[in-house]
Design a protein around this ligand. Structure first.
Ligand SMILES: Nc1ncnc2c1ncn2[C@@H]1O[C@H](COP(=O)(O)OP(=O)(O)OP(=O)(O)O)[C@@H](O)[C@H]1O
Ligand SMILES: [Mg+2]
Length: 396
C-alpha cells in the first residue's frame, strides 16, 4: 500500500508545488520508488510542471481543458457510476516509475459537486479521494498530492486520504502565521475522520520545511528564529534556498535536465529534504540504505581493495552513517555531509590500500570513533586523528 503525503500551508506561493514534484522526481529516480503525483489544485501547476519539463502533451492549448481525464473526472465517475476503475484512465506516465494525474480549472467546482451529491456536510463528502485510490494504491510506493493554497472540501479530502503531511514555510511572517492554523486544520479533520472511518489512522505531521531561505535579510532571520522557537524539532535541518535556476527552467524547460552545477545544487537541496523526509517517516526502504552507502563508497573505490570497501560499508551501515542526519549528529555540518565523510575517509586511509597493517590500525580507530556516542570531544578527536595521520602520510 502506498505511503500518501502532501506538503501544505494555507498561504500561497510558498513552494508547495515545486517541493511536491521535485520530491516525487527524486523518490522515483534516485530511490527507485514507484511514485504518483495527484494534482489537486485547479491551477494545475503540477500538471504544467510535468508537461513542461518532460515534454508531455495532454492535447490542450494553454488555458483550455483538452481531452485529459483529471482527478475530478475520476471522482465524478466513481461517485455517479460507482466506477472505482475510472481513475486508471487519469494516470499519465512520466517515466517508468513516475506518473501523475492532472487537474484543470474545473476542479474549482468540487464544492458544487458535493452539494449536488448532497454530501457537503457528511463524512462521505470527505472520503472521495481516499476511496477513489483504492484500486490503484498498491501500484505505488508513494502517492503525493499537490494541494491549493486554501482550506476547503478538496483539501479535507486530501487530508483524509493521507498518512503524512509536511508544512512548508517561506521565511515571511504571513507564511509563519498561517502554518499552525494549517496544522490545526489537518489535525481536526483527521481526528474527526477517526470517529467515522474503520481502519483509519490519523495523519501525522512530519515537520516544517523552510523554503526560499536566503539568510541575508534581517526580517528573514527574525522570522526563521521565531519559527525555530515555536516549532522546535519539527523544523527540518534541510532547507530549500531561493535558486535563480528556477527562472531559467521556466524560460527554457529543456534546461531542467542539463548537467550543470546550478542544476546539481538545486537537485541536491531537494535530495536532502527527501532523505530527511524518509528518515522522519521511518520509511527508508532497505534498498535506499544500500544505494546511499554505495553513493558514499563509489568515489572511494580507487583507494581501497574490495574487501576493505566491504568492511567500511559494514561499519558505515552499522552506525547508519549513510543518513545525512546521523552524519550531522556526528558534527558533519557542511551542506553535503556525505562528501565530508568521503574526504575524511580518504584522508584517514590514504596509502593503506596495499598496506593491510595500516588499514587495520586505521580501521580500529574508525570503529572506536563509531562506537562512541558523538560528542563535541569525539568529533574533534576524530578530526585531530585525521590531521595527525595526514601529516604522517605526507612525511612518508
Ligand atoms: N527554490 C526556488 N527558488 C526560486 N524560485 C522558486 C523555488 N521554488 C519555487 N520557485 C518559484 O516560486 C513560485 C512559487 O512556487 P510554487 O508554485 O511551488 O508555490 P506554491 O506554494 O505551490 O504556490 P500556490 O500556493 O500558488 O500553489 C513559482 O514561480 C516557482 O517556480
Ligand atoms: Mg502550487
Amino acid at each position: 500500500m502506498a505511503i500518501k503525503l502532501f506538503f501544505g500551508n494555507v498561504k500561497g506561493g510558498v513552494g508547495k508545488t515545486t517541493i511536491t514534484d521535485m520530491t516525487a522526481y527524486i523518490l522515483a529516480t534516485q530511490y527507485n520508488q514507484r511514485v504518483l503525483v495527484i494534482d489537486c489544485d485547479h491551477q494545475g501547476d503540477s500538471t504544467d510542471f510535468f508537461c513542461d519539463y518532460f515534454n508531455i502533451d495532454l492535447g490542450m492549448e494553454q488555458g483550455q481543458h483538452g481531452s485529459m481525464f483529471t482527478i475530478y473526472d475520476a471522482i465524478q465517475d466513481y461517485a455517479k457510476n460507482n466506477n472505482p476503475e475510472a481513475i486508471h484512465k487519469a494516470i499519465v506516465p512520466v517515466t517508468d516509475s513516475l506518473s501523475f494525474i492532472p487537474a484543470n480549472s474545473l476542479l474549482e467546482e468540487f464544492s458544487t459537486f458535493l452539494s449536488r451529491m448532497k454530501t457537503t456536510e457528511s463524512i462521505q463528502g470527505t472520503t472521495y479521494i481516499r476511496n477513489v485510490l483504492e484500486t490503484i494504491e498498491d501500484d505505488y510506493d508513494f502517492i503525493l498530492f499537490d494541494i491549493p493554497p486554501s482550506a476547503g472540501h478538496l483539501v479535507t479530502n486530501v487530508i483524509i486520504a493521507s498518512d503524512f503531511y509536511v508544512g512548508i514555510m517561506s521565511t515571511e511572517k504571513k507564511a509563519f502565521r498561517k502554518l499552525q492554523p494549517f496544522f490545526d486544520m489537518c489535525n481536526e479533520h483527521s481526528v474527526r475522520a477517526q470517529q467515522f472511518l474503520q481502519d483509519y489512522d490519523v495523519a501525522q505531521n512530519l515537520g516544517v520545511v523552510m523554503y526560499f531561505v536566503t539568510q541575508n535579510l534581517q526580517e528573514e532571520k527574525y522570522v526563521a528564529d521565531a519559527a525555530q522557537d515555536f516549532f522546535g524539532d519539527l523544523i527540518f535541518d534541510s532547507k530549500i534556498r531561493r535558486a535563480d535556476v528556477v527562472r531559467e527552467h521556466e524560460r527554457m524547460p529543456s534546461l531542467f535536465f542539463e548537467d550543470t552545477e546550478e542544476n546539481h545544487d538545486f537537485l541536491q537541496m531537494f535530495e536532502e529534504v527527501t532523505q530527511e523526509l524518509l528518515i522522519r517517516m521511518q520509511a527508508l526502504p532497505e534498498d535506499t540504505v544500500r544505494v546511499a552507502t554505495q553513493e558514499i563508497l563509489m568515489p572511494l573505490q580507487e583507494y581501497f581493495t574490495d574487501e576493505q570497501l566491504f568492511r567500511l560499508k559494514e561499519a558505515i551501515e552499522g552506525k547508519g552513517l549513510q543518513n545525512i542526519e546521523s552524519l550531522r549528529l556526528r558534527g558533519y555540518k557542511s551542506s553535503d555531509p556525505r562528501k565530508t565523510l568521503q574526504t575524511h575517509m580518504i584522508r584517514l586511509f590514504t596509502g593503506s590500500k596495499d598496506d593491510e597493517a595500516l588499514f587495520e590500525q586505521q580501521f580500529i580507530q574508525l570503529e572506536k570513533w563509531l562506537a562512541k556516542e558523538p560528542t563535541a570531544y569525539s568529533i574533534s578527536a576524530m578530526q585531530r586523528l585525521i590531521r595527525k595521520h595526514r601529516k604522517a602520510l605526507e612525511i612518508v
